[in-house]
Design a protein around this ligand. Structure first.
Ligand code: GCV
Length: 703
């Protein structure tokens, strides 16, 4: 049947109550105003067709899909395997798309890759699999007019990491302490509400679309802390998971499930969950078989075991390789993976005991197990040794397990970075982590670890920051973190400032803003360095925490100091910081390979921003910057507040140029950020002034 399919009914008819985030319709203007040819079949090709059709219906373009072709398309999106493309330029690109593109290689595009080229006045996206076509289409959208510029270089694009996952810490029931979403700052869950599935397919589909547009290809639908109701998602509530999988599938997003290690007991009625017990193995095999019957492309399980009170193999005298391999065995016949978290530490530590060091825990537990995990086990490691602080060294586990597939876990939800009330663009921080070389300049990066050998790495994971808030992330500017996560997982070498501009351009389009250039410059100025601003007015020099216990918002310098949680700063009248050296401290520096084991061990060589993570130093210790520690604390805290004040002023300048609802929401949050930053500044400065007795060299007001 001849098309054009322009004008076919939109799955998104009607007005949404939620904001469009980074893909408002106008983002498709360039693509939608042209003749477009889509060639190929498949579920995700249908998605491409649907996207292009809606754009063309809006902006006057036309779409062809199927004969008779007779089309002079400006844009051709084709699966190579679909055969001859009825467009001379595109066909020559198809036939010529061989090793020549991007230099060496076999020209293969893989499951998700694509070739983007401009050939004789036609923009061509070629892919070997439907997902590649979808990602290629979103690339064209990102480029806007530049996608149709004859200067567009021919390039093959493939993701650096195969696994690009968002873990939702969403509960099905409203948990009495953690609520609907643990550490969630953007309203309710997209999946669950008050004990049941929401069935909000339109919103879920839009979510899938946002994810695909930035490159995310998997999610986990429930919290790693698996409570009673959530445990049943594996069995009698599996239908809800299958439904979510079905809605997200057209956008190439696969679903994973957090499971309880105790499931054979709590769901299966067995007397034990011992990983070496045959009844337990049989139970997991059967439960997993049923999952795959309902969800054939199910991704796998995520497990938090023996951590913060969750059940695990230790109860049976087994180790974590035994535990992880149990689930791996059940998943292997179906092609699934188990992501096993390395976040295992003693949360009932005695603060008087200076020999126990929470930073050491993951390495102590897991490094000796290297080589013992099955092939489909991925060990998921928080990027730092403690817990998603605004500054930590990179976890030594990531350099210690060459025979294990490792995933790097980030936190998009801003638990410790302002809880989506503060602007804190995390792209620069994540980029720094991903580019870090744990074995020094001659070795690979953390991104290489996540990619693994021959692409078999565990990938990059972030704890999600979205909810059912109209702006998705409550703070409209926090959307940039979600976007940056996806883009960095696709290509860890992208420059965070450029990702930010990409997000700004895709989200705050000229048609929607009165003065696009000012909006662009203003947003960039507010956000680009906001992580460092946040660092300046919170805990100094990598010492971490100093947040209010429990909810973790706002300052409380000694809040965790005499608690069992293992997060201490040890400030006294003479100095501050944690001695983690081999010479006199906990020996944590010895978990790093050279050169970092030496650099971190040495007070003189340790980078300033991590000094108090590794060393206990006198207040008058002089940093590389030339300032003393105490003066650094005062200066950065005064500076951080001034920077927030400047952000607030900048935002005032764009009133009238952006949607008033967005402007109001951001303005209200900037007011709170300013209030909170002042509170941080005053508590930290006052605390250290009172401890040290050293006055501010500039005589500023300290209480
Ligand atoms: C899901 C920190 C958070 C917890 C979280 C835990 C984890 O401790 O405060 O809310 O629990 O990390 O990553 O498992």
């Amino acid at each position: 049947m001849s098309v054009p399919v322009t004008g076919r009914a939109s799955a998104h008819a009607g007005k949404s109550i939620w904001h469009a985030a980074w893909l408002p319709p106008a983002a498709f203007r360039e693509l939608g105003s042209r003749p477009v040819l889509v060639h190929g079949e498949g579920l995700l090709v249908d998605t491409v067709l649907d996207e292009v059709s809606r754009a063309c219906a809006r902006y006057g373009g036309r779409v062809w899909h199927g004969p008779p072709w007779q089309v002079d398309a400006d844009l051709v999106l084709a699966l190579r395997e679909a055969g001859r493309v009825p467009n001379v330029a595109a066909e020559s690109a198809r036939l010529g798309a061989t090793p020549a593109v991007n230099g060496a290689g076999d020209g293969a595009l893989g499951d998700e890759g694509y070739l983007l080229a401009r050939v004789d006045g036609v923009t061509v996206v070629l892919a070997d699999a439907p997902a590649g076509l979808l990602y290629g289409m979103f690339h064209v959208v990102r480029l806007g007019a530049a996608a149709f510029d004859d200067e567009l270089p021919a390039r093959r694009h493939r993701p650096a990491l195969d696994r690009r996952i968002l873990d939702h810490w969403d509960n099905v029931d409203i948990h009495p302490v953690s609520g609907q979403i643990e550490r969630g700052y953007a309203g309710g869950s997209l999946f669950w509400r008050d004990g049941a599935a929401r069935h909000d397919h339109a919103r879920l589909r839009d979510y899938g679309r946002l994810l695909a547009a930035c490159g995310v290809n998997a999610i986990t639908v429930n919290n790693v802390n698996v409570h009673d109701t959530e445990a049943r998602l594996l069995t009698d509530r599996l239908g809800d998971v299958a439904e979510t999988a079905q809605v997200l599938r057209p956008y190439g997003v696969r679903v994973h499930l957090s499971v309880s290690f105790a499931a054979p007991v709590v769901l299966g009625g067995l007397p034990t969950a011992d990983p070496l017990d045959d009844r337990v193995r049989a139970w997991w095999a059967a439960a997993t078989r049923r999952v795959y019957q309902r969800i054939p492309d199910f991704g796998g399980y995520l497990v938090k075991a023996d951590s913060e009170g969750r059940p695990g193999p230790f109860a049976y005298g087994r180790d974590h390789a035994d535990g992880a391999n149990l689930l791996a065995e059940a998943l292997a016949p179906h092609g699934g993976v188990v992501r096993w978290r390395a976040f295992v530490y003693d949360h009932r530590q005695d603060w008087r005991d200076r020999s126990t060091d929470r930073a050491r825990a993951a390495h102590d537990h897991f490094a000796p197990l290297d080589g013992r995990f099955d092939d489909n086990v991925i060990l998921q490691v928080k990027f730092g040794p403690i817990d998603f602080q605004p500054r930590e060294p990179v976890s030594p586990v990531l350099a210690a397990m060459p025979a294990t597939r490792l995933a790097v876990e980030l936190q998009a939800t801003q638990e410790y970075t302002g809880q989506q009330r503060h602007v804190c663009y995390l792209g620069p921080w994540w980029s720094e982590v991903l580019r870090f070389r744990p074995r020094g300049e001659a070795g690979g990066t953390i991104a290489d670890v996540a990619a693994g050998r021959a692409g078999a790495g565990g990938g990059l994971v972030a704890v999600a920051n979205v909810g059912d808030d109209p702006f998705w992330t409550a703070h409209p500017l926090a959307q940039a973190n979600l976007y940056a996560f996806g883009r960095l997982a696709w290509d860890p070498l992208l420059v965070p400032g450029a990702i930010l501009d990409e997000w700004i351009d895709l989200t705050w389009l000229p048609v929607a803003t009165g003065d696009p250039e000012t909006v662009r410059r203003t947003m960039h100025a507010i956000m680009d360095d906001s992580w460092r601003t946040y660092e300046r007015y919170t805990a100094p020099l990598g010492v971490g925490f100093m947040v209010r216990p429990g909810h973790h918002y706002g300052p409380d310098v000694d809040g965790y100091e005499y608690t069992p949680w293992g997060t201490y700063h040890f400030a006294d009248r003479d100095g501050v910081g944690v001695d983690r050296t081999r010479a006199t401290g906990t020996g944590f520096t010895g978990q790093y390979p050279p050169p970092w084991s030496e650099v971190y061990e040495s007070r003189e060589r340790c980078p300033d921003e991590l000094l108090l993570f590794f060393h206990h130093v006198p207040y008058r210790h002089v940093l590389h910057s030339g300032r003393t520690v105490i003066q650094h604390i005062y200066d950065t805290h005064f500076a951080g507040v001034e920077e927030v004040a400047a952000m607030r002023e900048r935002w005032r300048l764009v009133a009238g140029a952006v949607d008033p609802a967005v402007h109001d929401r951001v303005a209200e949050r900037l007011d709170e950020q300013f209030r909170s930053a002042v509170e941080w500044r005053d508590q930290i400065n006052t605390y250290f002034f009172r401890k040290s007795g050293v006055p501010d060299a500039h005589g500023r007001r300290i209480h």
